[in-house]
Design a protein around this ligand. Structure first.
Ligand SMILES: [Zn+2]
Length: 130
């Protein structure tokens, strides 16, 4: 009996499986639980990272405006603390937004969002089966 690192589920799949996201045939062992190939996981992750940084930046700007106009701190009064507050808002906001957007992409799991149309309209015929 061959020991495999993956758990039971991948045994039930055929050798090559079409990635749900880009529709490229991929060895079943490379796919994850949602049937995404590593490239799709990577691209979703980098997109989520980009969204995260923008969200964190936006949050930090909003917080800076609020501190500047709302709280109106004495400029000579420990500005490092305010800077640290903004840095934390940027970092944490970015992290949270990244995890959220990645989680939403995973949850939605819309098929073929990364697929490049190549004359085949999805649904009209299945290219994998004859
Ligand atoms: Zn893929």
């Amino acid at each position: 009996m061959v020991k495999r690192r993956e758990t039971d589920w991948s045994h039930r799949l055929p050798e090559e499986v079409v990635c749900l996201r880009c529709l490229r045939p991929t060895p079943a062992a490379d796919l994850d639980r949602l049937l995404w190939c590593p490239e799709c996981v990577e691209s979703a992750r980098s997109r989520a990272t980009r969204i995260g940084w923008w969200s964190g930046g936006g949050l930090a700007v909003l917080l800076a405006l609020y501190i500047w106009f709302g709280i109106q701190p004495d400029p000579g009064h420990i500005p490092q603390l305010w800077a640290a507050t903004l840095a934390v808002a940027f970092y944490l906001g970015g992290r949270i937004a990244r995890e959220l957007s990645f989680g939403i992409m995973r949850l939605r799991n819309r098929p073929a969002v990364e697929a490049t149309p190549s004359g085949v309209t999805p649904g009209s015929s299945s290219p994998t089966e004859e």
